[in-house]
Write a new protein. Sequence first.
Length: 227
Amino acid sequence: MSGKSVVVTGGFGALGRATVRAFLEAGWRVAAVDLGEAPEGTPDGVLAIGGVDLADLDSARAAMDKAAGAHGGLHALVNVAGGFRWQTLEDGDLSGWSALHRMNVTTAATASKAALPALKASGAGAIVNVAAAAARRAAAGMGAYAASKAGVLRLTESLAEELKDQGVRVNAVLPTIIDTPANRADMPGADFGRWVQPADLAATLLFLASDASRAITGAELLVAGRV
Ligand SMILES: NC(=O)c1ccc[n+]([C@@H]2O[C@H](COP(=O)([O-])OP(=O)(O)OC[C@H]3O[C@@H](n4cnc5c(N)ncnc54)[C@H](OP(=O)(O)O)[C@@H]3O)[C@@H](O)[C@H]2O)c1
């Protein structure tokens, strides 16, 4: 059992809930930070911190301080918070580009900045960012989303270099399609068994947050399932 402490942003969402479970089962002390209120069925033992806009530095700092205070420090930050919008350039509203940038890049950068003092104090901290396979190659209608997730990769790369000698590792995963209720509703004809299972992706996030991956920083790991 690890006995370490983690903050999972977006911890009330589909992947976030699976991630919270994976860390709990591995013996971590877990705080879930999210925009909305904690959903029914949040597991016992999770410190649920709702109503937090992670694009706002003061709000993010208050949440990280609360988690680190309650759990005796902070060893890992898993940036799951984010979102998706499909829109073509021709028909879509240009505000979608800044909205997705805020939702995906600003939240990850702000949460990371807010968590940094506690992560450095732990002596061996880790940040794991959830980007997307689309960051490498965008399909039609995915420009704004892919650009924002490419921003998450550049953040990962730059922060890994910045923190290389300061005891904090920074890595990212690039999922294709996760098997979530929202995706099943949007793509009812798809073969869900080929998609990435949330528990499998959560296990990868756990690995990248754990000492088992201590030699890895600045990595961008494609998690494709069989898509
Ligand atoms: N689903 C996929 O197929 C897929 C594929 C590749 C990558 N990803 C990425 O994986 C992550 C999780 O996806 P998911 O399907 O689990 O999404 P989800 O269920 O919508 O969970 C994302 C969570 O992030 C929260 N959030 C958004 N903006 C926030 C902010 N400013 N401050 C605090 N929390 C905020 C959302 O809150 P609200 O619901 O209240 O807005 C939601 O609870 C996302 O980063 C997504 O882009 C997903």
